[in-house]
Design a protein around this ligand. Structure first.
Ligand code: SF4
Length: 336
């Protein structure tokens, strides 16, 4: 039987019209599924009984299965979910002031091979389908209310899977009720795919995982920089039609002795001059897979103060969930 979550709205509408039902029932069914999050056709009281029975006979509700769930002292909860082919994917629920942030994955593994990332080290398995992306969100929504922000910062590079990511954002916007304004897509800078997506979703938030201000160092740690060098990314970001109050987030993971010097801070500040940005500094989340260390608190503060001195908004974000292996790709890597 077909998984109802895998069926696109246009296809579903056509399908039920082919069975002799008016198309507006498709809207109602989708509202039950995504906005009321009902997992049983029989409960859809405004749908004709015969259609409910037809749907029961032909479709099933199959969301990713939660196989591991770990909550840290700050309430951050890491979920490992199993997909229909047995592959597993990670999602994290982070409680914030007045809302929750869902950190979700767009791929199993990743092709980008960043030298400080457990997902990158574990290689690439496959792209996630749109319903496997929204499936993570629907599962997380079972735990909390609707005040959520979504960040594509879990496993994978979302712009390396642009069609399925785009489809999932469409479902979130049209049916789950999550505006693209509440969705942040974090990318290493695949700018060719960025522009079409922003045309479709002009309010989508963008975060650039920059991490280095020098081309050489970035290429050494993030091989994708050969194809999409910093210079090109910055030029494209500078030309994006960003609304007056909006900002692009620049993510910078601070690694001791690698990219955390005062010179690095100045180089970063100069590099992004003129862009409408805010900067997130993320001290490296130490783990057993890599030798890299997180800089001292004083060093992080010094780095931040240099950028603040250059009039940037700077936020230091300690990676939440260290104790529960919430850094990108770690839980999956640990379970082998
Ligand atoms: S940091 Fe992001 S883009 Fe780089 S390897 Fe990890 S998941 Fe991929």
């Amino acid at each position: 039987m077909r998984n109802i979550y895998s069926v696109k709205y246009s296809e579903f509408k056509k399908h039920i019209m082919g069975q002799g039902y008016p198309g507006f029932h498709a809207d109602n069914v989708f509202r039950w599924i995504y906005s009321r999050r009902v997992k049983d056709f029989s409960s859809m009281t405004d749908i004709p009984l015969s259609l409910r029975s037809y749907l029961n006979d032909n479709f099933e509700f199959r969301l990713p299965e939660v196989v591991d769930k770990r909550t840290g002292p700050d309430g951050t909860t890491k979920f490992l979910m199993r997909l229909e082919d047995g592959e597993t994917v990670e999602s994290v629920l982070i409680p914030e002031k007045g809302h929750y942030t869902f950190c979700i994955s767009s791929q199993i593994g990743c092709k980008m091979g960043c030298k400080f990332c457990a997902t990158g080290a574990s290689g690439f398995v496959r792209n996630l389908k749109h319903f496997e992306i929204t499936g993570q969100i629907l599962r997380l929504l079972e735990n909390v209310d609707d005040r959520v922000n979504i960040v594509f910062m879990g496993m994978g590079e979302p712009l390396d899977n642009p069609d399925e990511v785009s489809m999932s954002i469409e479902v979130m916007r049209d049916w789950v009720g999550i505006s693209p304004r509440k969705i942040t897509l974090s990318t290493v800078g695949l700018v060719d795919q960025l522009e079409p997506l922003l045309k479709k979703f002009p309010n989508l938030r963008i975060a650039l995982s920059l991490n280095f201000a020098s081309e050489e160092k970035r290429t050494e740690f993030m091989p994708i920089n050969k194809k999409y060098p910093i210079k090109r990314i910055i030029k494209v970001l500078g030309e994006l039609p960003i609304k007056r109050r909006d900002r692009i987030t620049i993510e910078y993971v601070l690694i001791e002795g690698i990219n955390d010097s005062e010179k690095d801070a100045l180089a970063l500040g100069n590099l992004i001059k003129g862009l409408k940005v805010k900067i997130n500094l993320i001290p490296y989340n130490e783990n057993e897979f890599f030798p890299w260390k997180s800089p001292s608190y004083e060093k992080v503060e010094k780095f931040a103060s240099i950028l603040r001195g250059m009039k940037y908004s700077v936020f230091v974000r300690f990676s939440k969930g260290n104790e529960i292996k919430a850094a990108c790709g770690q839980l999956r890597a640990q379970r082998g």
